[in-house]
Design a protein around this ligand. Sequence first.
Ligand SMILES: [Zn+2]
Ligand SMILES: [Zn+2]
Length: 125
Amino acid sequence: MTATLHASCHCGRVHIDIPADAAGVLACHCGDCHKMHGNFNAFLAAPRADLMVRGEEALVWYQSSEASRRAFCGTCGARVVKELTTAGRWLVSAGLIDGPTGKRILKNLWAQSKPDWYSLPEVSE
Ligand SMILES: [Zn+2]
Ligand SMILES: [Zn+2]
């Protein structure tokens, strides 16, 4: 049995079980992530089919670009996921994971778009 990480939104309506070998943590510093998360977006990435989602009906979707849409919890507003629509991948916000993850930030994406008010987080292999 593969180890599983458990993610949940602030109000507890949405729960996602993520395989512990999901890619990440990845940190995206693009303008879209900043506008929607209020800061950079740290996430784990996995095929949608590998995730076990409960409370999916609580998610409110927003088409944030041609190739992706993002969802927040309609009750508490937690930013839950970015979906890469054609790839069928979900990028689940790392902040929703409960308890220790055993993971570190592996990569900074769109580092050149970062605003000037913070330094890039340290990455580890
Ligand atoms: Zn919620
Ligand atoms: Zn981004």
